[in-house]
Design a protein around this ligand. Structure first.
Ligand code: PHE
Length: 351
């Protein structure tokens, strides 16, 4: 009996010790992972409290209920403490997260700057729109071109001044491969690949050996236009170009056709537009002329049609070629061509 009491006292001591230690440990846990480890250490299957409970079997039947009660009290106290500390840690973690992830809704947002079309693209898209509306197709062609397309089949034979090395960029010493000097080779390419009748425009880059200044650049853009059909006349050419000019510069804008020479058109002309600045009186913009040159055009030379296998007795056509930079400069009142290529954002952002 004495022995049993001793055993009982020892167990009581152990239980008290576990209880004190565990409560202190729980209070000291810094996060829920630590707390969980402590739960296992004290209340788990192999935990310290369970070890004591296993010794219950060695107690006498009289002592067992009392000890059982005591052990259950300790377990309940630990469980309560665990739960409480768990809630505290959770609340602290939430508090920390709220602080860390706080969003200051009063800070001004970052401006999203949307880009926009380059003035050249705006001008070209306008021109495309006008011609697409009249049933034209838009073609693209090579900038590295054969002299046969750029010159020969456009009726500009050996010895024509524009074939000179001082004007044109050639790749070979025989002057057969070159950077196209005009979009007109697209006339030949269209005649070669399309079935009649033909209605096309062909915008793109062209290259000439020009020094850079306010109105010149060794690379610039042209838009070629061509129609081949039965009974096509100069009147169709003038009507179409007048419509183009009125769409670009406003209803009632006057045009003027002057005789000119191109090897691939006959007759040939240049078309001027009445100066938008002075209305034709003469000012610095039009250099006192009252008119500004816009494009070259004419009726396709019968030899050009023949060279591409089209019978000039059955078919006729017209063509024109306009400089795109000049059109954009006039449209947006840009005074220096170089601004268009320098890509200075202060300039570009104005459009
Ligand atoms: N290709 C000519 C030029 O660059 C313009 C032109 C095109 C003239 C079509 C007549 C017909 O000057």
């Amino acid at each position: 009996m004495i022995q049993e009491t001793e055993k009982e006292n020892k167990m009581k001591e152990q239980l008290a010790k576990i209880r004190a230690e565990a409560l202190a440990a729980f209070a000291g846990a810094q996060d829920s992972a630590q707390l969980d480890a402590l739960r296992v250490q004290y209340l788990g299957k192999k935990g310290e409290l369970t070890a004591v409970l296993k010794m219950m079997g060695k107690l006498s039947p009289e002592e067992r209920p009392q000890m059982g009660q005591l052990a259950n009290d300790v377990r309940a106290a630990l469980e309560r403490a665990l739960e409480e500390r768990g809630r505290e840690l959770e609340a602290a973690a939430l508090e920390r997260r709220l602080k860390e992830e706080a969003v200051d809704v009063t800070i001004p947002g970052k401006a999203v700057s949307l880009g926009h079309k380059h003035p050249m693209s705006i001008a070209l898209d306008e021109i495309k729109e006008i011609f697409i509306g009249m049933g034209f197709d838009v073609l693209d062609g090579p900038e590295i071109e054969l002299a046969s397309y750029n010159f020969d089949r456009l009726n500009a034979d050996e010895g024509h001044p524009s074939r000179d090395w001082s004007d044109t960029f050639y790749f070979d010493k025989d002057s057969r491969v070159m950077l196209r000097s005009q979009t007109s080779p697209m006339q030949v390419r269209a005649m070669e690949t399309r079935s009649l009748p033909i209605r096309i425009i062909a915008p793109g880059r062209v290259y000439r050996k020009d020094e850079v200044d306010a109105t010149h650049s060794p690379m610039f853009h042209q838009v070629e236009g061509m129609v081949i059909d039965r009974n096509v006349t100069m009147a169709d050419l003038k009507g179409t170009l007048n419509l183009l000019v009125e769409s670009l510069y406003g209803k009632g804008t006057q045009t003027r056709f002057r005789p000119h020479h191109f090897p691939f058109t006959e007759p040939s002309c240049e078309m001027d537009v009445q100066c938008h600045k002075c209305g034709g009186k003469g000012c610095p913009t039009c250099k006192g002329e009252g008119w500004i040159e816009l494009l070259g055009a004419g009726m396709i030379h019968p030899r050009v049609l023949e060279m591409s296998g089209i019978d000039p007795n059955e078919w006729s056509g017209w063509a024109f070629g306009m400089g795109l930079e000049r059109t954009a400069m006039r449209r947006f009142k840009i005074s220096d061509l170089r601004l268009i290529f320098e890509n200075d954002m202060r300039f570009l952002s104005q459009f």
